[in-house]
Each structure stands twice: as structure tokens, then as C-alpha cells.
Design a protein around this ligand. Structure first.
Ligand SMILES: [Zn+2]
Length: 239
């Protein structure tokens, strides 16, 4: 969508205190707390970009049982609040974190920014690797793959690099266990990325099975640091 010159009313003119006024950001908090209670719904195949995948998965958890769904929800809420405070319009792909809810499916998450022509979509996740010493974050982007993501691959990579810079700036380290070692991963198997028509990236903020990272993720201060890091990355991407 092209914004017409003069379409912004005087009252709606971006103010210096609202640096993200007019920007539309979709936040996709990974999973849903109740997914494990709805196996039939969660395992139903849905379109994922030239193939099907299960609607959703249950996600991982820390060794003490703090669920990924709750972590992604809590960080996403903090992120949304901060972005709205900067003037952005924020849409979330789910509006609850409850044991009696499931989904949405990855196809719905994938398309979430398309109809509203969002400036970007960020999916918030955390990993669950049992590899020895595995810790750190990585950012996943779609490849240049026609007809699905060839149109968004380049800006999605710019978004991923900005998010990586934001996380590094808040003293988070890139993943020690993901190939390449640069904190970036390109994957064609994720419906959440494949179905997007707007720049998109998925952040795996850390490894929940790492005791050290679990301590950060389960603390309000740690989650606030993650949210500030993502805000910094989003602001850098939006210029
Ligand atoms: Zn996840």
C-alpha cells in the first residue's frame, strides 16, 4: 500500500515523541499454553508454503517447567507495550496465554501481517536444545524461494540483522550450536515465515534447556532486557 501524500491529518501527524507513529508491527508470540490439551486440533495439517505442516506445536520449556508459550507471551506483551509507547500500531497473533486455548495455526500466523500491510512481523520463540553447552540466540529468515518468499527474502534478512544487532546491544550472545555461528539461520520449512508477504523473522531468543539462560528468561528483568533488545532491532530496521 502506498500512503498518499496529504493523507495524514494534522492531528495524526507523527510527533517527535512518537518515532514509530504510522508504523504497523505484527508480533507473533510462539505457541499457546493449552496446545498440549488439543492434540487433534494441533496436529491437523495446514498449508505451510508449498507443503503442509501440523497446525502448531506445543513448544519447549525450561527444565523446571516454565513453558515456552508463557515466555513468548510475556516478552511479546512487553514488546507490544514499548512499541505502542513509541507510537506504533501493534497487532498480536494471539490475545491470551491459557490452558483452555490452542493455536492459532502456523498458516494464520504466517499471513497475519498481509491484509494490514504491516511494516514487519516478528515471531517470538525460544529453543529447546539438549546439545551440550547449547546457549545463545539466533534469528531465522526465509530463503529467496519463488513463489513464496522471493519477494520478502531481502528485507527479511535486513530485519534479522537489525534484530541481531539489537540483541547483541543488550548483551545477548549468538547461539553456540547453530550452524554458521553468526546468529542467523535461513529455513524454508516454516509456514509462519513462508506465508508472509511482509518482511519477517523468527527470533529464538535463547535455549530454555540452558540453566543460565533459563534464569534470565524466568526473571522479569531478563524478559524486559529481551523486549528492549527487540525494540532496538525493530527501530533500527524501521529507520
Ligand atoms: Zn517455539
Amino acid at each position: 500500500m502506498v500512503q498518499a501524500v496529504g493523507a495524514i491529518s494534522p492531528a495524526g501527524r507523527p510527533q517527535t515523541s512518537d518515532p514509530l507513529a504510522g508504523r504497523v508491527v505484527v508480533i507473533d508470540p510462539g505457541h499457546q499454553l493449552g496446545n498440549h490439551n488439543f492434540p487433534a486440533e494441533i496436529n491437523r495439517p495446514v498449508p505451510a508454503g508449498g507443503f503442509t505442516k501440523p497446525c502448531n506445536t506445543t513448544g519447549t520449556a525450561t527444565n523446571r517447567g516454565y513453558p515456552e508459550a508463557t515466555f513468548t507471551w510475556q516478552v511479546s506483551r512487553l514488546l507490544a507495550k514499548r512499541l505502542r509507547g513509541l507510537g506504533a500500531t501493534v497487532r498480536m497473533t494471539r490475545d491470551s496465554n491459557r490452558q483452555d486455548r490452542w493455536g492459532p495455526c502456523v498458516d494464520v500466523r504466517g499471513r497475519a501481517g498481509n491484509a494490514i500491510d504491516a511494516d514487519l512481523k516478528v515471531s517470538v520463540h525460544a529453543d529447546g536444545s539438549y546439545a551440550r553447552g547449547a546457549r545463545g540466540f539466533h534469528v531465522i529468515v526465509p530463503p529467496d524461494r519463488a513463489p513464496w518468499t522471493d519477494d520478502i527474502a531481502a528485507p527479511s534478512m535486513r530485519l534479522a540483522e537489525a534484530l541481531r544487532a539489537g540483541l547483541l546491544g543488550k548483551r545477548f550472545a549468538v547461539a553456540s550450536y547453530v550452524a554458521g555461528g553468526d546468529g542467523l539461520d535461513v529455513r524454508s520449512d516454516l509456514g509462519t515465515l513462508n506465508l508472509s508477504d511482509v518482511p519477517t523473522a523468527m527470533v529464538e531468543l535463547g535455549n530454555m534447556r540452558s540453566a543460565a539462560e533459563a534464569r534470565v528468561m524466568t526473571s522479569p528483568r531478563g524478559r524486559a532486557r529481551y523486549a528492549r533488545a527487540l525494540v532496538a532491532g525493530i527501530r533500527e530496521f524501521l529507520g
